[in-house]
Design a protein around this ligand. Structure first.
Ligand code: GLU
Length: 378
């Protein structure tokens, strides 16, 4: 098997995600020393050949609370959003100060999942980030907490990290956390629990292990989003490493091929950029239930989805919106942009393409979802 640890030493584009616990003083303001350390490590891996680095960092809420003199983390989302708005300035200021000591600059990029779901905004974000890294600037990405609260609610900068990795076709996504990585069982309950050094990101058991399936395996909140993020990143061909940010010099040592944390490698060929974008979108507007034959055609021959293979239509969607395609067992096999609205699809489901004109009185396209707009989920 390919040695993925060694392969990291040859990669040039990394997305690195650090959570609040790794940049703050236990949630109270930013920890200047830790930020200095992240900046120094990033500068070091850049000198070692990782030319392109994007940092996804939280810490805005904690810094905002300090600036506002709030001792206790509020529970109201709008207060957390306000704290993030105050603290985000401090966060990028602090990174900028540290990066400058290494002759680098930071750039503030605030994104939401929705931004990346919209094709136009996705392409805009991509060209901005590409330009920033070509200028040798380190983009510091955070969720735009003013308009989205996923991270506040779910600690979900992991997903954002994966979407950014896909956007830039990064080779490596490093998710730094306060845990060593992943275990097959819960190490607190089972002292002999096996640590996962390297695994395929598509290994179906991973999510079960992360979600505490069975007897409370690694049921720590957050591991599931990390495994899912790794899966997403793998679609674009990226390797994900989930490691402890408390490990000294972790980034530099990973770059040198040291076995730290859990490495999840992509088992499939990467998807084309447009298909990655489709696969990475989080919200579907409806669902098509397919018959066996249609599932086989999509899986095996990569053809378009025809109305004849659709048994059932649910949801409310317009032409051009994202629709999931489920097999007879209810599991999603593909998703894509539909050529027909929900109302039209209801009428033409089960019909051969020639019959569409007869039923609707017009034909927009012979396919329900054209193969260019369709991505088969692995
Ligand atoms: N995006 C927020 C931040 O950077 C959320 C983190 C949190 O919930 O503490 O601070």
């Amino acid at each position: 098997m390919k040695d993925y640890r060694v392969a990291l030493g040859k990669t040039r584009r990394w997305v690195i995600k650090v959570g609040s616990s790794l940049v703050t003083n236990q949630g109270q303001g930013l920890d200047a020393e830790r930020l200095a350390d992240w900046a120094a490590q990033i500068a070091a891996i850049k000198r070692a050949g990782v030319n392109d680095v994007v940092l996804v960092s939280s810490g805005a809420v904690a810094e905002g609370m300090r600036r506002l003199g709030w001792k206790k983390r509020p529970s109201a989302i709008y207060q957390l959003q306000a704290a993030a708005a105050v603290g985000q300035m401090g966060l990028v200021e602090a990174y900028e100060r540290q990066f400058q000591t290494h002759g680098l600059h930071a750039a503030q990029v605030l994104l939401t999942h929705d931004d990346l779901a919209d094709r136009k905004r996705y392409l805009n974000a991509r060209s901005t980030l590409r330009e920033l890294i070509s200028l040798n600037v380190v983009p510091v990405v955070n969720e735009n907490d003013t308009v989205a609260v996923d991270e506040i609610r779910f600690g979900d900068n992991d997903t954002l990290g994966a979407l950014v990795a896909n956007l830039l076709a990064a080779e490596v996504l490093v998710i730094l956390t306060d845990q060593r990585g992943m275990y097959e069982q819960d190490p607190r309950q089972n002292p002999d629990a096996k640590f996962i050094d390297v695994a395929s990101a598509d290994e179906p058991q991973l999510e079960v292990m992360a979600s505490g399936g069975g007897v409370g395996a690694l049921g720590r909140g957050g591991m599931v989003t990390k495994v899912r993020a790794a899966k997403r990143a793998a679609r674009a061909g990226a390797i994900t490493v989930i490691a402890s940010g408390r490990e000294p010099n972790v980034l530099v040592r990973l770059r040198q091929g040291e076995s730290i944390g859990t490495l999840l490698y992509p088992a499939q060929e990467p998807l084309a950029a447009r298909k990655q974008w489709l696969a990475g979108r989080l919200q579907v507007k409806g669902r098509f239930r397919l018959d066996e034959g249609a599932v086989r055609v999509l899986r095996e021959s990569g053809k378009s989805l025809l109305a004849v293979g659709v048994k059932d239509v649910t949801g409310d969607f317009q032409r051009g919106e994202l629709v999931a395609c489920d097999g007879p067992d209810g599991l999603e096999v593909a998703r894509g942009l539909t050529n027909y609205s929900a109302a039209e699809a209801q009428r033409i489901k089960g019909c051969s393409s020639e019959k569409i004109a007869e039923v609707l009185g017009y034909v927009d396209e012979p396919e329900l979802i054209h193969r260019d707009n369709l991505v088969v989920m692995k």
